[in-house]
Design a protein around this ligand. Structure first.
Ligand SMILES: *Cc1c(COP(=O)(O)O)cnc(C)c1O
Length: 375
């Protein structure tokens, strides 16, 4: 049985005629930069998210960098982020000569919490970057109150959680990335809304911030050849926007397929004592960018190797905590101890998760996991 970690081929096959038509029309018109699909996509995504401004850009890392640039932070200002995340979150903070302050995460949701953030706040703190890891939102309401109390900006890294819906204690709901001052996402091919190359977007409800963000993405110019600030060149290709326009129509279907696969994994693996299944936050829906289990008894690497031998891929997100990375060891500050992050890095395993997973494939994966533990 052939199983992919992410089956982009199977997903493409189902929408190929639509995609080919959109790509051909873009090629015929040769509007490769800022063609009509770009505006069309940002409008459609803004509508989907119920957010007033979506600024498309070149990738998720640029989205984070531009978001932080728009906040006029000063070198040495502290930015709080979870230690358990992809390096890009910390990278842009360091690149802008800001100080990343790494905090631990909650071991059941893998996400940062207001309690952990509060202990890391100092007079130099200016912003918080919560990451909605693996597809569900960090508990944002307490984070937003804490930010308001200390006058901090909140920039959500929602590269893994597009489409996840957060429920506030009063019952109102908002999409991931539209709760903080700015939200940042990625359309990297394997993300839940992936294009066929690089892509990203920045969201905000604040029109002034949106103007600044657009200006920064376009070399700091509002009017052509008048540069008001130092910016970058970060655009979403028309071809990628054309692909995304089509795939956005399927995003809810994709999230539902991922949820269905997650429930099947839960059912198939629930009796394996050595495995902790991914817990759901009561405050957020889950879009299962990853289905990540925790393996007890130091057996994770052995299980991964065993699965590999039977042709089952699996991935470790993330094997090395941020605070132990050469680039961030001396750059960042550490708040408290990061023992949960260290523990997670040695015990987590992400199983194949995508929109095309079949029951037979999941049964095969689960039966191999079970036979490993009954050896
Ligand atoms: C993928 C990802 C990014 C970066 O996105 P790119 O488009 O690859 O630059 C940033 N943060 C997180 C949490 C991610 O998963």
């Amino acid at each position: 049985m052939s199983i992919a970690m992410v089956d982009l081929k199977g997903q493409f096959a189902k929408i190929k005629p639509e995609i080919m038509e959109a790509i051909e029309s873009c090629l015929d018109s040769t509007t490769f930069i800022n063609g009509p699909s770009v505006k069309q996509f940002s409008t459609a995504l803004a509508k989907y998210l119920s957010v007033s401004n979506v600024i498309p850009c070149a990738n998720g890392t640029d989205a984070l960098q531009v978001a932080l640039m728009a906040l006029d932070l000063q070198p040495g200002d502290e930015v709080i982020l979870p230690a358990f995340t992809y390096a890009a979150t910390a990278e842009v903070i360091g690149l802008l000569r800001l100080t990343p302050v790494m905090v631990d995460v909650d071991s059941s949701t893998f996400n940062i919490t207001a309690n952990l953030i509060e202990k890391a706040i100092t007079p130099k703190t200016r912003a918080i970057v919560p990451v909605h890891l693996f597809g569900q939102c960090a508990d944002m309401q307490p984070i937003m109150s804490l930010a308001a109390k200390h006058q901090l900006y909140v920039v959500e890294d929602t590269a893994q959680a597009i489409g996840a819906l957060y429920t506030f204690p009063d019952g109102s709901k908002k999409m991931a990335g539209t709760i903080g001052h700015i939200g940042c996402t990625s359309f990297f091919p394997s993300k839940n809304l992936g294009c066929y190359g690089d892509g990203g977007a920045i969201y905000t409800q604040d029109t002034k911030l949106a103007e600044k963000i657009s200006m920064i993405c376009n070399h700091g110019q509002r009017v052509k050849y008048q540069h008001s600030c130092i910016g970058v060149n970060s655009r979403l290709d028309t071809l990628q926007a054309a692909v995304l326009n089509i795939k956005l129509n399927y995003l809810d279907e994709y999230s539902a397929a991922r949820n269905k696969a997650a429930i099947i994994y839960d059912e198939l693996l629930k009796d394996v004592a050595e495995i902790a299944l991914p817990e759901r936050s009561p405050m957020s829906s889950h879009v299962f960018h990853q289905y990540t289990i925790k393996i007890s008894g130091n057996k994770r690497d052995e299980l991964k190797a065993f699965l590999q031998q039977t042709g089952i891929p699996s991935m470790i997100y993330y094997p090395i905590p941020l605070q132990e990375q050469e680039a961030y060891r001396s750059l960042g500050l550490i708040s408290g101890n990061l023992s949960v992050t260290s523990e997670l890095c040695s015990s987590v395993l992400s199983l194949p998760m995508h929109t095309e997973l079949s029951f037979e494939q999941q049964e095969f994966i689960a039966s191999n996991i079970k036979s490993f533990f009954s050896k």
